[in-house]
Design a protein around this ligand. Structure first.
Ligand SMILES: Nc1ncnc2c1ncn2[C@@H]1O[C@H](COP(=O)(O)OP(=O)(O)OP(=O)(O)O)[C@@H](O)[C@H]1O
Ligand SMILES: [Mg+2]
Length: 284
């Protein structure tokens, strides 16, 4: 078993030399804070506004629901891969990016036999090399699997709402990762913001604790405004970034993506009447 792991490490290490992909984990302390909506719309924005090659992986084993937001089925689940298909067969190209919805149908990672997990990791590593960004949507909290994804990621976006319980739970995630593994590459996204500069207050609270008790500095990625249109999109299985390009949520998302990529969002060549139409559509 140890030999197997060592062999895999060497294989991955050899291929890693050519990898420029950036791995981003999306996580939270508390559930239901907007992770999956952020992950899917972020993938969409990086691909369609910034022209990046993006792979989105749904790693929420118990409650995989990326495919629901994308209004597609999960016929290409990881189960198929375990039955011997190539990892490429799991990849679904949709709305300008690729996605693996894969982990649904499997209740726990413990269900997978070790050698299959190793093959899966090796294959995911191989396929990830084609992308600028690999975005991983995680389950809430800090289960073993979430920790393994977070600590391996270049950046972990921690999604919190302004609720005190959500802020406290976010701090618990940060503290665990830092205390256990010295990991501190966190970016904070304050979701469901209802008033101006609310994200600053939330971030200051989190960063104050991180500074004082852990001696680390966090980074504010940005805010995501509370949006009725987002709730509507979830019900209708649509992407807000696609159907409501001028909704405050979509604009916030573009700002976060712009910071991530390190370049401003290109001006879209929308003409006057298109802008009027978009405005009217979004007011309905
Ligand atoms: N910015 C927002 N404005 C309004 N409602 C929102 C916003 N973000 C999320 N929601 C609401 O919260 C619900 C849960 O969102 P989402 O599934 O993205 O959360 P999650 O953190 O992935 O949940 P889980 O922890 O269960 O995986 C959405 O269906 C939507 O109704
Ligand atoms: Mg989710």
């Amino acid at each position: 078993m140890e030999e197997q792991v060592q062999g895999l490490r060497e294989l991955i290490g050899r291929e890693d030399k050519f990898v420029n992909s950036k791995f981003i984990s999306v996580a939270s302390g508390k559930g239901g804070v907007g992770k999956t909506n952020f992950a899917v719309n972020f993938a969409y924005t990086l691909a369609n506004t910034f022209g990046k090659k993006v792979l989105l992986i749904d790693a929420d084993i118990g409650m995989a629901n990326v495919h629901i937001l994308l209004n597609t089925d999960v016929s290409r689940s990881i189960k198929k891969f375990l039955d011997g298909s190539k990892v490429e067969d799991l990849v679904v190209s949709i709305k300008g990016f690729d996605a693996i919805f894969g982990f649904s149908g499997i209740d726990s990672i413990a269900e997978l036999e070790d050698f299959r997990v190793h093959r899966m990791i090796y294959e995911l590593n191989r396929i990830s090399q084609k992308y600028d960004y690999v975005i991983i949507d995680n389950s809430p909290g800090i289960g073993e699997k979430v920790i393994s994804f977070l600590r391996a990621s270049n950046t972990s976006y921690i999604i919190t709402t302004p609720e005190p319980t959500s802020i406290m739970d976010s701090y618990a995630v940060i503290k665990s990762l830092y205390k256990l593994y010295g990991y501190s590459r966190f970016k904070i996204v304050v979701s469901m913001c209802k008033r101006k500069f609310e994200e600053k207050d939330v971030f200051d609270k989190l960063n104050f604790s991180a500074n004082k008790f852990l001696n680390i500095n966090l980074e504010l990625a940005g805010k995501l405004s509370f949006s009725k249109n987002l709730e509507k999109c979830v019900k209708e299985k649509k992407l807000i970034a696609e159907v409501y390009p001028s909704d405050p949520y979509t604009i916030d998302l573009k700002e976060i993506a712009s910071k991530e990529v390190g370049e401003p969002a290109p001006e879209k060549n929308t003409n006057f009447w298109e802008k009027v139409l978009n405005f009217l559509k979004e007011r309905v």
